[in-house]
Design a binder for this molecule. Structure first.
Ligand SMILES: [Fe+2]
Ligand SMILES: [Fe+2]
Length: 424
C-alpha cells in the first residue's frame, strides 16, 4: 500500500488529479480543511465515487431527493448492499431506484461542486491511499475527472474574478470619489452645524442653542433620551432648556448626530440602526470609564458615538452598488476608519475627535491624545465582545485600568443595551 500525504499549498489539486489519472492509479484521495472532508475514489485513473460532508455535496441528500425515499429507508438499503457485498451504486441501479444516466449526472454535479469548492481552499491537506472500500470498488460509473476539473477551474476563475473585479472596482470608485473632492460625503446637517458653532463659542448660552432647535421630532428625542434611565438618574426633565443644561453641549451634539444619521439612508434603516446601537453603547462605556483614566466624560461619549461614523456613510454608499453582502461588509470593514476621518474633518469636528474616529482600531498610531483613542478602542472592543472581553488586555494596561474598573462597566452592559434599545 502506498500513501502520499501533504499540504494542498505544496501540491495543487489539478496536479494531484492529473497524477492519479496519468498513472492510472486506484485508491482514495482525501482532501481536508478544518473539520471538512471530501473523498474522491479512483479506479485505474477514473473516478468511481465521490463523498463529501459539505452541504450541497452530500451524495445521500441527492439520492433522497431523486428517489423520494427517506434517509432511514436508504440507510437500510445501504446495509443490504453491504451484506450482499454489492457496490452501493450497482445496488441502487439493480433496485431501479435511480437510472444510470441520473446517477452519472448526480456524481458529476457533486464532483464539480466539491472540486470548485476545494480549489478555493488556501490551506488544507491531501492524502492519497492506494486502497478502495468494498462499497465502491468495481462500481458501474466511471467519470473522466480531469474534464470536470477543467470545468471547475473555469467556474472558479470566473466567480473569483467577478467578485474580485467588481469589489475592487466599487471600492476604488468609492474611495476615489471620497478622496477627490469629497463629492459623495453628505454635508453637515444644518442643526449639527449650528450646535457645533455654539460649542466652539465660549460665550454661547443655552438659550441660544434652544432657539436653534426647532425640529419637533428632535426635541422629542432629546427629552426621551434625557429621561431614559441611563441619563436621568431619576430626575424628571420636561423642557428643552433644562435638557440641554443637564446634558451639556457635547452630549447634545451626540444625540443630534444620532438623530441626523438615523434618517439619512432610508434604504438601509436596519443596518444604520445596528451601527448606531453599537455606537451608542460604545459611547456609554467610554463615558463610564473616562473618569478613571482622567478624560472628559462628555468628550469620551461624543467620540464613542462618532467612532464608526464611516460605517454609516459607507453603508449608504455601498448600498447603491450591486455587489454581494460579503463584498459590502469587506468594503465597510476595511475603509470605515478612513472614510469616517474624512467626514469628521469635512464636518469640522475637533482634531481630537477626528483622531479618535481615524485610529479607533489602531490607537498606537494616534498622536494628539493617544489615551482618548485607546479608551475608545477599549470601549469598542467591550461593546462588541461583551462579557467575553476579547483582546482587551493591552488596552487596559495602556490605560492603567484594573480588572475591577472594567468589570464594573461590563456587569451592567445588559442594562445599557436595554436603555439604548429604548432610546433608538
Ligand atoms: Fe470600527
Ligand atoms: Fe465599532
Amino acid at each position: 500500500m502506498r500513501n502520499i500525504r501533504g499540504q494542498l499549498g505544496v501540491m495543487s489539486l489539478p496536479d494531484l488529479i492529473q497524477w492519479i489519472e496519468n498513472s492510472k492509479r486506484s485508491g482514495t484521495l482525501v482532501l481536508s480543511q478544518h473539520a471538512s472532508h471530501k473523498k474522491f475514489y479512483f479506479q485505474n485513473g477514473e473516478m468511481i465515487f465521490v463523498w463529501s460532508d459539505k452541504e450541497g455535496e452530500r451524495f445521500w441528500s441527492y439520492i433522497e431527493n431523486e428517489t423520494r425515499q427517506s434517509a432511514i429507508g436508504l440507510k437500510e438499503k445501504f446495509k443490504d448492499s453491504e451484506k450482499l457485498d454489492i457496490p452501493i451504486l450497482s445496488y441502487l441501479l439493480n433496485e431501479r431506484l435511480v437510472n444510470k444516466d441520473r446517477l452519472e449526472f448526480i456524481l458529476t454535479v457533486i464532483l464539480k461542486t466539491a472540486l470548485t469548492d476545494a480549489l478555493a481552499w488556501e490551506t488544507g491537506i491531501f492524502e492519497f491511499v492506494d486502497s478502495l472500500p468494498a462499497e465502491v470498488i468495481n462500481g458501474p460509473i466511471k467519470i473522466n475527472s480531469s474534464r470536470i476539473l477543467m470545468d471547475s477551474i473555469l467556474q472558479f476563475d470566473e466567480t473569483d474574478q467577478i467578485s474580485r473585479v467588481s469589489t475592487n472596482h466599487v471600492l476604488n470608485e468609492i474611495m476615489d470619489q471620497i478622496r477627490n473632492g469629497i463629492t459623495l460625503l453628505p454635508p453637515l446637517p444644518d442643526i449639527m452645524k449650528r450646535i457645533l458653532e455654539k460649542i466652539n463659542d465660549k460665550n454661547a448660552t443655552v438659550a441660544e442653542v434652544v432657539e436653534n432647535i426647532t425640529d419637533q421630532l428632535l426635541i422629542a428625542k432629546i427629552l426621551k433620551i434625557c429621561n431614559s434611565p441611563y441619563f436621568s438618574r431619576g430626575i424628571k426633565i420636561n423642557s428643552l432648556h433644562k435638557a440641554i443644561t443637564y446634558l451639556g453641549f457635547k452630549s447634545l451634539l451626540s444625540i443630534v448626530t444620532i438623530h441626523s444619521i438615523s434618517s439619512f439612508s432610508p434604504k438601509n434603516v436596519d443596518d444604520i440602526r445596528k451601527i448606531l446601537h453599537h455606537s451608542l453603547i460604545c459611547g456609554m462605556i467610554a463615558k463610564e470609564l473616562a473618569e478613571s483614566v482622567g478624560e472628559s466624560r462628555d468628550t469620551a461619549f461624543l467620540c464613542g458615538v462618532l467612532h464608526d461614523l464611516g460605517k454609516t456613510i459607507l453603508t449608504d454608499i455601498a448600498g447603491a452598488y450591486n455587489i454581494t453582502a460579503e463584498a459590502k461588509r469587506a468594503i465597510i470593514r476595511e475603509n470605515h476608519t478612513e472614510t469616517g476621518y474624512l467626514l469628521a474633518k469635512e464636518w469640522g469636528f475637533s482634531d481630537e475627535i477626528q483622531e479618535a474616529v481615524h485610529w479607533h482600531h489602531n490607537p498606537e498610531k494616534a498622536d494628539i491624545n493617544v489615551q482618548l483613542v485607546t479608551l475608545i478602542h477599549l470601549a469598542d472592543m467591550i461593546a462588541h465582545s461583551g462579557r467575553a472581553m476579547d483582546g482587551i488586555g493591552p488596552a487596559c494596561s495602556a490605560l492603567g485600568l484594573s480588572q475591577d474598573e472594567v468589570m464594573s462597566v461590563v456587569n451592567h452592559l445588559d442594562r445599557l443595551t436595554r436603555d439604548v434599545a429604548n432610546i433608538l
